[in-house]
Design a protein. Structure first.
Length: 195
């Protein structure tokens, strides 16, 4: 199997490598906002799946025969959807909004081959954010910015981001940004990995 990860996400690369998979990386060049524009009113999970598919398809068209994995995550909290923060100030506003609330992290993945989707799956994790003081938010961003600029939810759970939460309900890999257990099941079911 020649597996290609259509993402530059360090956590997604680390997950696949730790699981023992051999893969290449080819970042997808898509306009995520344009994809989202055609999905007005769609459920968060469907948006995450559409973005994962778009990334995989963009790379798949140039890699005939290769199995391409696309993935995407998005956060919903208090009826609002959040993308990656545009600036440190934007990150602080996100954290202020999350304070004392539960965020839903939707992580999706899709596998494509020669420009066609062959599998898709998604999971959701619910993360309860403890009440955050303004001074905590500032010290947190002093330590984590700009690393969390590329993170929806403004956290890396494997780093100081764990300090944001009082409870987590969901799969660890989903929280990291990809429903890895679903992906591995799909690879086994398709014969790409031994059962």
């Amino acid at each position: 199997m020649n597996l290609v990860l259509a993402s530059q996400s360090a956590s997604r690369r680390e997950m696949l490598a730790a699981a023992g998979l051999t893969f290449e990386v080819a970042a997808a060049a898509i306009d995520e906002r344009a994809v989202e524009a055609g999905l007005a009113g769609a459920a968060p999970q469907e948006i995450a799946l559409a973005l994962a598919e778009a990334k995989a398809l963009a790379v798949s068209r140039d890699r005939p025969g290769d199995l391409v994995l696309g993935s995407d995550s998005l956060v919903v909290c208090g009826g609002r959807r959040f993308d990656k923060p545009a600036s440190r100030e934007d990150a602080a506003r996100h954290l202020e909004w999350f304070s004392g609330r539960t965020i839903e992290l939707h992580s999706a993945a899709a596998l494509t081959r020669t420009g066609a989707v062959v599998w898709r799956g998604a999971e959701v994790a619910r993360l309860t954010v403890r009440p955050l003081s303004g001074s905590f938010i500032e010290s947190y961003l002093d330590a984590e910015w700009p690393a969390v600029a590329a993170c929806v939810g403004v956290f890396r759970i494997e780093a100081r981001g764990v300090q944001l939460f009082s409870a987590i309900d969901g799969d660890h890999f989903t929280v990291l940004g990809m429903p890895l257990l679903l992906v591995l099941d799909a690879l086994r079911e398709s014969g790409e990995l031994p059962a």
